[in-house]
Every structure is written in C-alpha cells, then in structure tokens.
Design a protein around this ligand. Structure first.
Ligand code: ZN
Length: 464
C-alpha cells in the first residue's frame, strides 16, 4: 500500500488564497481557523502552524460551517508538498499515547523526513474551561525554551518515557538514576522560575530518548503559581500515586512543593523500580504516606482541611519509618536517601526547592555527565569542552496570565486563539503545516479519542 504521511505543509500562497476566499464569503478572519479545509465530517478541524527550525502545530476542533465546501473545493486545487524520503524508510503514522485532553501521534515531518510527535486536542470549543485550558497550554508551550521541557505541540519524537523504562527489564544503574533526576530537577527549576506549577509530574510525562535525554511534557494541567493564599486552587490535579499530602488533605491552596513531592516519589521509584505509594484510594494514599513519614505535627498540617486533620489524629500516633528508604535498592546510598528525605517532607513549606535540590551533592555526577556529553548548552572544541556559564538556567521572563482576564466567552477565546496561531505563523522562517486528509492514517487520526473517565486517576477525597 502506498503510504502518505499524515502531516503536510502548504505554501504561503495557499494561506493567502484561503484568506481571500474567506473574505469573499464574508467570514471574519477568526473563522478561517475552525472552518479550515481539513475539517472532517463531524466538524473537527486541525489548525496548524509550522516553523522551519522548531516545528509547531496546533490542532483543534470547531463547528462546521456552510462555507466549508467552498473552502474545501478551493483547497483541493493546491498541491501538497511531497516529502523526498525513500519509500522503504517511511514509517506509518500511529497513535503512541493518550491522556485526558489529547492523543499523541508519531508522524513524519514532510520537510525533513524526521519523526515527530503531534498532539491532537479534541473538543476544544466544547466549553469555556476546555478552551481556556488549551489556550493556556499553547501559550505556555511557546513561552518555554529549555532542553528538559517540551516546547511545542509538534516536537521531536522521544523513543520512550520514564514509566516504560521503569517497568522494562532494562538495567538502571545509579548513573542512570542520577542523570534522570538531574534533568527532571533542571526542568522543574526552570518551570518554577517561570512561576508555573506543572501539577502532573509522573513518569509517563517524562519523555526519554535512547541517549537518556529527558523532557518534561504535558502542560494540560499546568498553571501559574498563586501567591494569594485566599485564592482556592482546584484539587483535580496530579495522578494519585504522585499526589502531595497537602492535596490529599484537602488544602485549598498549594504551591511549587506539589511538583517536588512528585519528583521525590519518582526518585524513589527509579531506585526501587516500584511505585513508592501505590494505594487504591486517596485516603489509603494518605495512610501509606503517614506509614513512612509518621504522624505529622499540627503545624505540618496547617494547610489541611479540618476533617482531614481529624482523620489523621483519629488514626493514633505513627512513628516515622524513613530508614526503610535504605531498603529501596542497593543504590540507596546515604546521599540518595538524604536528598529523598528532603523531598518527601509532609509540610510543603519545609520541602526542598528545585534550586536547593540541584545543589545537593548527590546530583554532582549527574550534572557532570549531562554537560560532558548530553546537553546542547556546552560544546566540544579542539581545545576541550567549553562549558556554559549557567548549568541550570532560569526562565528569563515569568509566564503571565494577564491574558486570561479577557477570556470571558467562547467567541473571544476563538478569536484570540486564531490571532495567536497567525502570529506564530508569521514569525520569520516559519512554514505553515497542514494535515493531509488523503493520507492513509487520516481517518483513524480524525477519530482517535482521548482517555475515558474510567481510565483517569480517582478524584480527590471529599472531606466535607
Ligand atoms: Zn551544558
């Protein structure tokens, strides 16, 4: 069977043509995006932006319009770009993962024949909340520029993720653990410096390629840090096994510490290759945590809600059993356990920060390995390795949510999204990308769904 890659790009002339057609149909500019010619029969649409050097694509759904046929007819006359890749080297496009808000596909970029990951986000315009979430995620992805964080909706294809590696039979030496943990913390430090909480750090969201480079992905749940403690934050965050005790105890407000807790759980899991706190329900999750950390003091539970506090105190006093961390693995050295104990602290205000964790001696070897042969910030010259001045850079500008105040209706967000896509596209050296509706995989791509509610982690316990 002749295989056609899913992704195509069209020349700029096509986009000009599309806009003029839309104009003659008296559509406003914003409608071009969701009345794009690649709409399928249920009105789902992919709107895409390309970049010659750092690819960037967004995909979303919208309502079908009567004008769609006219645009489709016009689109048919525009030739697609054909990739120059020997047929035997072309791999079929296929879905590789999915979550609550999107499906990720492995596809071939026609511009260079490289395999990339493309995320499809369905039902974007279903309601205001999903609209805002997608807009926020795209804005964030475009804001980040860091080697340990994915920064585009279409990104370099990573072969695996940390979850697949942990459950695989492949050996994990202490050097592996160190270089993975170093990169996770390096990425988290950058995110936190941008005032962003990831809120769903788990092994499946840590992409890894065959040379052990690691990138944090999936910003579907990420949001800005809220300094005002009076403001409530949603508790629908973080896969249960990696959920911090303050969230399990119904804290209305939380901060950067929730990500560090998740990293601590992952660190322990890397050492033992078993999930550290694997409980059936949020209440049991909390019990597993107190089994290890002991009963928290009143002060350590200050952010918890009253019923949760009472629950803990009813259980009677438990002594801490942190020494059990030495039995995680033969790699659980004093240094490793010391750092782990600084991350797995009940009170989030006493938990170590990403910056301080990176200064821990346990990570010195990981840093050296990463910057000697893995990073993109240092370079080997005939005179030797030229190291960067800042091994763990911060984000130059905090991410701002100022734009969110204006997102008051679906129509407004559609317009803003459209403008945002267009701005990205009109940056220099960007080549627009499109989905090819004639490709072999298009039908299954268009119908691929996100995770069902039954496949998602259990909701937090309702204390009141
Ligand atoms: Zn470097």
């Amino acid at each position: 069977m002749l295989y056609l890659p899913l992704l195509y790009y069209r020349d700029v002339l096509f986009h000009k043509k599309l806009r003029s057609i839309a104009g003659s149909l008296s559509l406003n500019r914003a409608r071009i995006v969701y009345d794009d010619p690649i709409a399928d029969d249920v009105g789902r649409v992919m709107a895409l932006v390309g970049h010659r050097h750092s690819r960037q694509i967004m995909a979303f759904h919208g309502a079908a319009a009567a004008s769609q046929h006219a645009i489709l007819a016009a689109a048919a006359s525009v030739p697609y770009y054909q990739p120059v890749i020997p047929q035997q080297d072309v791999q079929p496009d296929r879905p590789i993962g999915y979550g609550a808000f999107g499906v990720v596909w492995a596809v071939t970029d026609p511009r260079d024949g490289k395999r990339v990951a493309l995320k499809k986000m369905p039902n974007v315009f279903q309601n205001l909340i999903s609209c805002k979430r997608v807009y926020r995620e795209l804005k964030m992805l475009c804001h980040f520029k860091h080697d340990n964080i994915t920064s585009y909706v279409v990104t370099e294809l990573m072969q695996s993720d940390l979850h697949k590696i942990i459950v695989s039979p492949q050996p994990l030496t202490s050097d592996h653990v160190k270089v993975f943990l170093y990169q996770i913390l390096r990425g988290v430090k950058y995110l936190h410096s941008a005032r962003v909480l990831h809120r769903d750090i788990k092994p499946g969201n840590l992409l890894v390629n065959s040379n052990c480079c690691l990138k944090i992905c999936d910003f579907g749940l990420a949001r800005i840090e809220e300094p005002d403690e009076q403001k409530n934050l949603t508790q629908e965050v973080v896969t249960q096994y990696y959920r911090a005790p303050e969230i399990l105890m119904g804290a209305k407000h939380y901060g950067y510490g929730i990500d560090i807790w998740s990293v601590g759980c992952i660190f322990a899991e890397l050492l033992s290759r078993r999930i550290l706190f694997q409980a059936q329900s949020p209440i049991k999750q909390l019990e597993l945590i107190t089994d290890l950390l002991g009963t928290p003091s009143h002060e350590d539970m200050k952010s918890a809600c009253e019923p949760a506090r009472k629950h803990i105190l009813r259980k009677g006093h438990k002594p801490p059993t942190m020494a059990a961390l030495y039995t995680l693995s033969s790699q659980a050295t004093h240094e490793a356990v010391h750092l782990l104990c600084r991350m797995l602290v009940f009170d989030p205000t006493k938990r170590i920060s990403a910056t301080d964790a990176l200064a821990h001696p346990y990570l010195d070897e990981g840093r050296l390995r990463y910057h000697s042969c893995m990073c993109k910030c240092c370079h080997t010259t005939p005179a030797g390795r030229q190291y960067t001045l800042d091994f763990e850079p911060v984000c130059s500008q905090p991410f701002s949510y100022a734009f969110e105040g204006e997102l008051t209706s679906l129509t407004k967000i559609r317009d803003k999204l459209y403008k945002f896509v267009m701005e990205q596209q009109h940056k220099p050296n960007r080549v627009p990308l499109c989905i090819n509706p004639n490709s072999a995989a298009f039908k299954s791509f268009a119908s691929s769904q996100c995770a069902q509610p039954s496949e998602l982690p259990p909701s937090p316990h309702l204390w009141e």
